[in-house]
Design a binder for this molecule. Sequence first.
Ligand SMILES: Nc1ncnc2c1ncn2[C@@H]1O[C@H](COP(=O)(O)OP(=O)(O)O)[C@@H](O)[C@H]1O
Ligand SMILES: [Mg+2]
Length: 230
Amino acid sequence: MIISFKGVTKIYNSLSGPIKAIDNVSFDIERGEFVSLVGRSGAGKTTLLKIILGQEKPNLGDVFFNGEDVRTIKSSHLPLLRRRIGAVFQDYKLLQTKTALENIVFVLQALGIGDDQIEKDAAEVLNIVELSHRNNNFPAELSGGEKQRLALARALVSRPEVLLADEPTGNLDPYHTQDIIRLLQKVHQIGTTVILATHNREIINNLNQRVITLEEGRIIRDEKEGKFII
Ligand SMILES: Nc1ncnc2c1ncn2[C@@H]1O[C@H](COP(=O)(O)OP(=O)(O)O)[C@@H](O)[C@H]1O
Ligand SMILES: [Mg+2]
């Protein structure tokens, strides 16, 4: 079991009062699964992913990563945990003043990897996402689909055990959406655990993988080969 939530509740304090974004949620994800997280806007998908990433802390309940209670992981070890989890978002979050290649190199340098290895790893990961021909282009010069492929390459270059994708196709047309989903499937096939949050019905119904459905912060359905039903 790679990720485990036990009775997790997350309440935000907003100006208009507390908002229960995640309400007593429990589930286990096994290593190597491809899990889609679906539900309407506001259902709690992003909050759940942020809890996995350690960007939000639950008010109640426990979260385990590889059997280890995330709350008790020393703060000095948190960067290590985050390295084991890659993430892509709807808005890509690329470094605009760096080329595609430099966006990747930047991550590898931050990991303290040697120059020879950086060159090899960067070339390899850009090849995996089929973006080698855009190495020297800036994000503004890339199409939406290419930007997301670059974001995916950046998330993968640290060889994470888990890849979180939060509405990765939210800004893409159907053609590029298929492209990104195909790449997520490729990433899954090489052994990465993938968690995909989306409200795109068509994607989910073609995946034939586990689907967890959230509604108002609660899991209302969790099916092995799920369909999108809300
Ligand atoms: N930083 C925040 N402060 C206050 N409320 C928030 C914050 N982030 C999300 N929420 C609220 O929590 C609920 C769940 O949001 P979110 O996790 O973003 O859902 P989803 O990703 O499914 O659209 C929503 O009601 C949203 O308004
Ligand atoms: Mg969201």
